[in-house]
Each structure stands twice: as structure tokens, then as C-alpha cells.
Design a protein. Sequence first.
Length: 271
Amino acid sequence: MKKRQSDNAYIQANLSAWDEVAPIHARHNQSELLERVCRPGFSVLDDTATAHLKRLGVNGKSVAQVCCNNGVELLSCKTLGAARCVGFDGAQGFVDQGNDLAKAAGKDVEFVRCEAHEIPREYHSSFDIVMITIGVLSWMPDIDRFFSKIEKLLAPDGVIFIYEHHPILLMFEPGHADDPINWELSYFRKEAYIDDSGLDYYGGETYQATPNASFSHKMSDIVMGGINSGLTLEYFEELPKHISNAWWNVEHSGIGLPMSFVMVFRITNGV
């Protein structure tokens, strides 16, 4: 119980940190996005995400995104033909941005402010696809607990689609393309990584930031998190593609590390 209380304290601090940065992100990109989402065929999904979502039959399907930020990926799913789309995020600023973008685009996307472990029961068993994208898993103190919550969102035969940066990258100090490669953390680290430099990964703006806590999860932890929740691993692929806003130095080095991965879990009918 003591660990769970500590985890919840980390979660609340992280929510405060994201609330702080939401207006900063809006200053950097909201005006541009309000214009872009109105264009025919709008999508921020890269070729990898698009191909996998199409393979999963996103057209006509109900889609949820947990930790959706400003919702541009959900709006992109609408472009691919998704039916009901609901985004969950713990920061009201990002929920507001998502609503504004959906209104500008004329797309029916619902945004709900709630922490990822406390999604209301009314959304349980409702979605064909639950989407987890770049930079979500490292905010979760307990990966098993996280999977046990989000699998409840799945309708029969539904899938969790994960497209994330590779956990091995957390071993390195992130940097610009010409920065050196510096080893920083053990792959097997279990302690929280505390940072107070802020979360403006767009402009690098400095501000008085609430310290945030991130967590390293081995690839085996992620796989077993889904399996321990009763899900079946249907697809797994490690990729050399850099999809974050951080490890440009690792990408530029050309040393051949995996930089992202795709994972699909499916719920068994009747579970």
C-alpha cells in the first residue's frame, strides 16, 4: 500500500506539471494547428501508425486515446474514417485545446478530463481500438496497474495499439543531433527519475516548473503488463525510426539502436 500511495503522489505531481505546460504548448502551436486541422486529409500520423491503424480496420471503428494531449492524433483517426472517437487526458488545458481543434475541424471528437487510471466506468467495454502513442508509458509508475485499467475500455475483440519510443532510449541523455552520446541510467532502473526543467519539448521554454517523475519499464515489463491483464500479444515490432522529440543525438549517431516499437494486444471475446 505504501508504494501505491507514493505512485499516486507521483501521478498528481505529473498532472500539475502537464497543467503548467499546456498554455505554453498552445502558444507554440495552437494557432497553426487550428489552421491545419481544417484542411482536407489532415493527419499527423506517420506512415507506420497509419499503416497499422488501417490494418486494424480503423475505418468505422470506435477509438479511444489515453493521454491524448491536444487530440491531433484522434482527429487524424477521424480522417482515416474512425467512428466514435474519445480522448482522455488529465490536463484541462489540453482537453480545451482538443475541443477547440475538433470544433475548428468540424469533427465529432469527445475529450474527457481524467487521469489515466480513473477513466469513468461509463466508457468501459466501449472501444474497438485503444491507442497509446509516443511518450505515455514512461509516465506510468506501475505498468501492470496501467494495463489493468485501460483493458477495461475494450469492446469484445478490441485491441490496444501502442506506438512508442523504445525503452532502451531512457538509458541515454537526450540531446541535439551533434551532442555526444552519454550513458545516463540503467535499463533495469526502478526508481523514479525526477526532473524540474519543465515539459516544453516544442520550444524549450524555461519556467518555474513542478518537478515531474518518469519511470523506466523494460520491454519485457510492457509485454507482461498486457499479458498479466489477460490480453493476447498479437503483434510486436522494434523499429529504427525516431519518433520522439528528444534523442536526436542517438538517431544521428547511426549506432543502430531500436528507437521505437509497435505492439498490439487483443482482448479475448467474453473477457
